[in-house]
Design a protein around this ligand. Structure first.
Ligand code: M6R
Length: 608
């Protein structure tokens, strides 16, 4: 999603703006630009594509100035090209914007009727045009900014720089996140704390309806009516984090291999590794008292929620309503106050998930956030935070956040089972023991399967379509496998419940469509094997991901069989996630795609 940085300081800002934008690259973008103000003249450099294009431009045509704004754009209105790239300039007003101005078309017509000339296809340009119009009408910069904010509707984070004021930057938030950074004699705006980490760790997050005005010496925050508001300063944890791939080729690879370690870290927050019991920390939600659970999320986070549903229902006999957030928010689901709701989000900023949270909060439900970024909007608006503690995830394809979400959901389902009396102390000990053994098993599996995944990926890369099948918790995992493969290799892939095969997808089976079957030797194994037989009978090629018992039990010919150790059922989704992640990763590497920043995708989707 678009990224914003802005600096007002005492040293040249152009290079620092680009460095900060690099730290926002993980969000996804297709053009970038910066603008600075020097001796009353605003100048900008913008380039389509990756930041090195902008850097090249800046080395040929440098920008001076100690005040400036920068932006990485993920195109919504208007194609990704230099003209549509931000910052947008109108008559000494420069704007960078993340989000969508929903009434831009009406505003554009109105401004055009008044003589304005639009030069881009973006919704953002109306912001610059409106501020410029109000200034022409005699309003000062602050009044023009507030007048513009009262005209626009939609979801936005934006920063405005004025050619006639080298000592001030203004920003506003209504939707996508925006933080104020406090330095010594310099001040910042940034889409997140990661962008500002090299400059400062003292952050204040703006909330919806805030307008912030920064000077070199500090910040003033007001609402859209101009009344002062206070926002707490926090010390961001992002400062300690260095955006570094270590000895890996891509962040995604690094994040796959980090999983045993980060899962240990995540689990240790919820369970005691010594006594194999749940930690007694107050969860903020009494699972013993709730009548049901509503879960909502997007993408991979939704699929972890779907696996969580199996666990909450099985171990705690707790009914779970789950849907993708973009549907959940509009379904007008009848909910009752004695239910609790869980929102799962790596970033904690996903617009649809946040909208569902607000819907459930208005319905009076207790809200829990399963998030990676504990300072995020979703976390801040929840009654209870369940951190997944995966550390920053930079690869657009979610890997370690997925398995950490699962580890947390598994722990919470055991907690719910104990609270509801469906699990006793011995069950708790046994399940927790299984969870605590998982990081070791994941390390073994990563070492075991790596060479096979690399060579299998070469074969897989020759196909245009791939089908993934699974039953039970392996069904959402099949969907996750398909999502991972399609998003980074661009191979078309679908995940299906194995039992649905004969209700449609079987028509597609031939030697040109490999079928990846995820089947640990669990309660469903025999049934999944009969689906494999249906595939084999039609000449389909099977890639069989199973365990030692499963490999011994099936005699069917396969294109490849990946054999994992036999593991307890509760940890199978996390362990079996590893081959599907590595297979997608190596296939994409082999095909030469941009693994960490796949085309058209954004890490954090802060618009609807
Ligand atoms: O930050 P979130 O977890 O809310 O993001 C949700 C999805 O956008 C995300 O999981 C997306 O599907 C990933 N690219 C999948 O790898």
């Amino acid at each position: 999603m678009c990224g914003i940085v802005a600096i007002i300081g005492n040293q040249p800002v152009a290079g620092r703006l680009v460095d900060a934008l690099k730290r926002l690259e993980y969000r996804g973008y297709d053009s970038a630009g910066i603008a600075t103000l020097y001796e009353s003249v605003m100048e900008r450099r913008r380039a389509k594509g990756k930041l090195f294009n902008l850097e090249k431009l800046l080395s040929d045509e440098p920008l001076a100035g100690t005040i400036g704004i920068g932006h990485t754009r993920w195109a919504t209105h208007g194609i990704p090209n230099e003209t549509n790239a931000h910052p947008h300039f109108i008559e000494g007003v420069a704007v960078v914007h993340n989000g969508i101005i929903e009434n831009f078309s009406e505003l554009r017509d109105e401004l055009t009727a008044g003589g304005a000339v639009f030069t881009t296809q973006t919704d953002t340009e109306v912001v610059a045009q409106l501020v410029a119009r109000y200034k022409r009408q005699g309003l000062d910069n602050r009044a023009a900014m507030l007048a513009m904010l009262n005209d626009v509707t939609g979801a936005y984070a934006l920063v405005v720089m004025f050619a006639d004021d080298p000592d001030t930057l203004m920003a506003a938030r209504f939707g996508p996140p925006l933080a104020v950074g406090f330095g010594r004699g310099e001040m910042f705006f940034g889409s997140d704390a990661i962008a500002l980490a090299p400059f400062t760790n003292e952050i204040a997050y703006l909330v919806d309806g805030d307008c912030a005005i920064i000077h070199r010496g500090g910040a003033e925050i007001i609402d859209f009516a101009g009344n002062p508001v206070e926002r707490p300063h926090q010390i961001s944890q992002a400062t300690a984090f260095v955006v570094d791939k270590g000895n890996h080729r891509h962040f995604m690879e690094k994040e796959i291999y980090e999983q045993p370690e980060v899962i240990s870290h995540a689990l240790s927050h919820y369970v005691d590794f010594q006594t194999h019991t749940l930690r007694a920390n107050d969860t903020g939600i009494d699972f013993g008292k709730v009548s049901g659970l509503a879960i909502s999320a997007c993408g991979t986070a939704y699929l972890s929620g779907l696996i969580g549903k199996y666990w909450f229902e099985r171990y705690a006999r707790l009914p779970v309503e789950i849907d993708v957030a973009s549907e959940f928010r509009y379904r007008e689901i009848p909910l009752s106050k004695d239910q609790a709701a869980l929102f799962i989000s790596q970033s904690g900023e996903t617009a649809d998930t946040l909208a569902c949270l607000r819907y459930c909060r208005d319905e009076g439900l207790k809200i829990g956030a399963v998030v990676n970024v504990s300072e995020s909007t979703i976390a801040r608006e929840s009654d209870a935070i369940f951190p997944i503690l995966a550390g920053p995830e930079i690869g657009v394809a979610s890997t370690k956040a997925f398995t950490c979400q699962l580890a947390v959901l598994a722990s919470l389902s055991i907690r719910a089972g104990r609270a509801r009396g469906t699990l006793d102390g011995a069950d708790e000990k046994q399940l927790v023991r299984h969870l605590t053994g998982m990081p070791r098993i994941m390390s073994q599996v990563l070492n075991l399967i790596q060479p096979q995944m690399e060579s299998l990926a070469r074969d897989l890369s020759k196909f245009k379509d791939v089908l993934y099948l699974g039953r039970g918790t392996s069904y959402p995992l099949a969907m996750e496998g398909a999502l991972k493969l399609k998003e980074i290799s661009y191979i078309h892939a679908e995940g299906y419940a194995a039992g649905e095969l004969k209700h449609g997808p079987i028509a597609l089976i031939d030697e040109n469509m490999p079928v990846i079957v995820i089947a640990p030797h669990d309660r469903f194994f025999e049934k999944t094997v009969s689906n494999m037989q249906e595939v084999a009978a039609r000449g389909g090629r099977i890639i069989f991901i199973t365990d030692e018992k499963g490999a011994a039990a099936s005699k069917l010919p396969t294109m490849a069989t990946i054999v994992l150790p036999d593991v307890p059922e509760i940890i199978a989704p996390m362990v079996f996630a590893l081959p599907i992640q590595l297979l997608a990763y190596h296939t994409a590497v082999f095909m030469g795609t941009d693994v960490d920043q796949p085309r058209n995708l954004a890490k954090s989707v802060t618009v609807e």
